[in-house]
Design a protein around this ligand. Structure first.
Ligand code: AMP
Length: 593
């Protein structure tokens, strides 16, 4: 295993990355860092956000920086304010043991006077948007005369945003520049043009798209008719109470409209698109980072610079036109070793697009059912129960109110009290989902894996789920295929829940699978499978098989149910982040909706 200490970085940097918990260099870092340390040349790095590219160029830049000198030695150009700030923050973390190091970020949208002071204070490294840098140059606030290293980060994006002339101006005005390092998610003619005119004997390093779409991401798609798209989004949000996500739309207008609709309904979301000014965008990002927002609704361009590591879900409200863009979107989740889910809402006609994206992303996509009303209520109920279980009320709160609460409810039966509290908590969801319609569509169009999805298929229940470490459909599929030796194509429509999962298999294989898997153990637990009940209103629609708390809403008695759905005594979904019902989320008290 390659480690950071084997890279010959200066000791202060190795120590800092180790303290940050980085264990091994990412693929782009492994390719680029040794090269830029020993014999630096010009390079082109084809890598996207999330691959560790900032450290790939940042660590060598810091390594070569002479902290004893107080002039600008390295310049990083980046398309947006957000990215500039992120890069500078990363640099600060990596360079924290380098005494005398000063890095400054300059970008538009904020008063220039403070930045003039900063650049005059003698930073060795400046991270800048091209426009603001030129402003500062024109005001003679700084000089680039001694810049040796110039990094163009997200070059394709800077060119897309119309910075070509500014970039060329800066490239022409760095007379002492020895090395130019260009990073770009994609290679196109504009990028090539810049390289040809301003770079020498560059070496190219790329991390393939397949590596970028990492295996920690579970790709799911939900099929509904076009007119039910928004309702499906809502249902998925409600079904995912701990979500911390990004919802992608294709246009700015859709972004604005969808987000406004969700906000009116009480969801904590905000739009992020190019028509918003810098100040508004920063504000949205601040709220998102502090988790005051459960999701942002974004266009592709606006989302480009978002660098948040713990995004749990990416939702494609609509698929992108370009399958490559899907990779960018899904890569926002499943980062830094965490698992993530990318959900796409598609119409029956778009199932073929999913197949196309599957080939490009080189990952298997799983069709999942849009949950019905009872499932949503059940999920939120168990999420709430988990919040109660893990809540830690402040001591003084209890002391102040204990007496009066006690007096007031002394006579009331405990079960009755719990029932009422839960009812109050969930009644909006219960009302909203009382007669919720079935949003699933397109079952007549089975896509390429008809074998397991057709009428000759059987829906099976298995007693393994997220809490057992089956964190994705892919993992369940691997377990099934490895244990039984059946072809992966025989299994489809995998739905992984917290404590259990469902999947379809062709009926000819069902008996064999049940018999074989039932003889196995998973992490010491006996595996149990059985055929799930089928609903009479649609032949192949799954229903949770019997047992315990099926009722969900209405009766209000389901909280103690012990059913084998995702509740079943072990609690609901994992998230603790503030939720639609969530008075007890991470951000504390108060109704968030
Ligand atoms: P980037 O692609 O530069 O936007 O980096 C994505 C995230 O991964 C950043 O938050 C980095 O701090 C983090 N990161 C970079 N390199 C590593 C590494 N070798 N191991 C773990 N995390 C890393």
């Amino acid at each position: 295993m390659i480690t950071f200490s084997s890279l010959s970085l200066r000791e202060e940097l190795t120590r800092a990355v180790e303290e940050l918990g980085f264990e091994t260099p990412t693929p782009i870092q492994q390719k680029v860092i040794p090269h830029l340390l020993s014999q630096p040349t010009d390079i082109i790095g084809l890598a996207q956000t999330g691959t560790g590219k900032t450290a790939a160029f940042g660590l060598p830049l810091l390594h070569h920086t002479d902290v004893a000198q107080r002039h600008v030695q390295a310049l990083v150009l980046s398309p947006t304010r957000e990215l500039c700030m992120q890069i500078q923050e990363e640099f600060k973390k990596y360079g924290k043991h380098m005494r005398g190091l000063k890095t400054t970020a300059v970008y538009g949208g904020v008063p220039i006077s403070g930045q003039i002071r900063e650049v005059k204070a003698g930073p060795q490294i400046i991270v800048a948007t091209p426009g603001r840098l030129i402003d500062l140059l024109e005001r003679k606030a700084l000089s680039l005369d001694q810049v040796q290293y110039l990094v163009l980060d997200e070059a394709d994006e800077m060119l897309n945003m119309g910075f070509r002339e500014d970039i060329e101006f800066i490239l022409k005005n760095t007379p002492e520049r020895e090395f130019t390092w260009l990073f770009s998610a994609t290679m196109n003619n504009d990028v090539r043009n810049i390289a040809k005119r301003f770079m020498n004997n560059w070496k190219e390093h790329s991390v393939a798209a397949a590596n970028v779409t990492n295996e920690n991401i579970d790709h799911q798609y939900y099929v509904t008719n076009h007119h039910n798209r928004f309702e499906t989004l809502r249902r998925l949000l409600d079904f995912t109470p701990g979500i911390y996500g990004i919802i992608f739309t294709r246009t700015k207008q859709d972004c604005q409209d969808t987000s406004e609709k969700l906000m009116r309904m009480g969801y904590h979301v905000s739009p992020l698109h190019g028509d918003m000014d810098q100040k508004m965008r920063s504000k949205v990002m601040e709220r998102f980072k502090s988790k005051a927002l459960q999701a942002i609704v974004a266009t592709d361009v606006a989302a480009r610079g978002i660098d948040v590591n713990d995004i749990t879900h990416v939702i494609n409200y609509e698929l992108p036109d370009d399958p490559e863009v899907y990779t960018h979107r899904s890569g926002r989740t499943g980062r830094a070793g965490k698992s993530g889910i990318c959900m796409s809402i598609v119409s029956p006609k778009e199932i073929s697009n999913i197949r196309q994206i599957e080939r490009i992303v080189k990952a298997r996509f799983h069709r999942s059912d849009i949950p019905d009303g009872a499932e949503v209520v059940r999920k939120r109920l168990f999420h709430y129960l988990e919040q109660i279980e893990t809540a830690k009320p402040k001591g003084d709160f209890a002391a102040v109110y204990q007496q009066s609460i006690h007096e007031r409810f002394d006579e009331m039966d405990k079960d009755e009290l719990i029932r009422r509290l839960i009812w109050l908590q969930l009644k909006e969801t219960i009302d909203a989902y009382q007669d919720a319609e079935d949003l699933n569509a397109g079952y007549e169009n089975k896509g390429s894996k008809g074998a397991a999805s057709g009428r000759s298929s059987v829906r099976l229940f298995i007693n393994l789920g997220m809490k057992d470490g089956i964190t994705s459909a892919e993992k369940l599929l691997n377990f099934i295929t490895e244990s039984t030796d059946i072809e992966p194509g025989l299994v489809d429509r995998i739905t992984v829940r917290d404590l259990s999962s469902f999947f379809n298999v062709s009926s000819s294989a069902a008996e064999f699978i049940v018999a074989t898997l039932s003889a196995k153990k998973f992490k010491g637990r006996k595996v149990r499978l059985e055929e799930a009940e089928q609903r009479s209103d649609r032949g192949d629609r799954p229903e949770r098989s019997g047992g315990g708390s099926r009722g969900g809403y209405g009766g209000g008695r389901s909280y103690g149910g012990g059913g084998r759905g995702e509740g079943g005594g072990r609690g609901g979904d994992r998230g603790s982040y503030g939720s639609r019902d969530g008075r007890g989320g991470a951000k504390g008290s108060g109704r968030r909706y």
